[in-house]
Design a protein around this ligand. Sequence first.
Ligand code: 3HC
Length: 314
Amino acid sequence: MYAQMVKSTGTGLKSADEMSAEERAFQARIDAGEKIEPKDWMPEGYRKTLIRQIGQHAHSEIVGQLPEGNWITRAPTLERKAILLAKVQDEAGHGLYLYCAAETLGVSRDEMTEMLLDGRMKYSSIFNYPTLSYADVGTIGWLVDGAAICNQVPLCRTSYGPYGRAMIRVCKEESFHQRQGFELLMTMMRGTDEQRAMVQESVDRFWWPALMMFGPPDDDSPNTAQSMAWGIKRDTNDDLRQKFVDMTVPQAEVLGVTLPDPGLVWNEERGHHDFTQPDWEEFRAVIGGEGPCNAQRLAHRQRAHEQHEQEATA
Ligand code: 3HC
């Protein structure tokens, strides 16, 4: 039973013997697939891990409005503008469901915002890259929302009830986001040579940052082992990255774009595609604040926060 999940060897996890009676009972509930609800007893580490993960996820949804919001006033048609507006509004809604889920753990949205603004909390690395052409709206839908779905569908089964329930709704909307991105790219690929070149250039820029969204490789991921044992994460970072690559390759073929990795080949023996790892130095720099748009994104978030405070006290 739960003793399988709780090795004390090298993973930093407590063995069953090292756990208190409450912790053992809690782990047994997780292993039986029960949902943990806000008023249930939980280890402090479980609560903190959830606040970190849900809070960072909420911040990602809010900051994630900025790269695409950049194109709302320049959408090429009324239809594209309406689709993009709806999508960006959905992201704001996702942020709100997630802040509400985190609030059930005893932290307020204001506290989480303060933690984002003073650097104690992160948001997804992907939103620190610029959107340079309208094709990026399609590529973000296809690759970024596609990666988000891969990561988030399993989170519908996460052990914390309010988080899993928020994810069910988020995932339904993310599926629409992914499809609108694919449809936009397909339309451009059926257009002119210039439009096809725009799509390829955009995919070349977003492929590697999309792979980074799943987090560092498993052997360099400090949180995965405990989060898996607690049922917060259902799959490891590397497993989800592989799933995303396998899912995306046939879609790229349908679109007629080339994924920018010469090492991307089907491995018959593994039943998966082999692929080149992204530049993990770049990933560390981006989450450390050194990405191309970190300063701009946080400055924007800070301005919006101050404006809200002024309006609230006016
Ligand atoms: N961007 C920024 N930080 C990242 C990251 C990324 N892509 N991947 C990992 N990190 C951070 C972690 O937060 C952790 O830092 P911390 O300890 O200071 O919090 C550190 O790198 C080590 O990584 P771990 O693998 O140990 O961390 P986790 O176990 O938390 O796994 C995760 C990382 C897979 C991203 C996990 O937190 C997760 O599944 N989160 C929920 C999904 C989420 O946040 N998605 C945001 C994507 S964008 C989105 O949803 C918007 C949509 O509209 C596209």
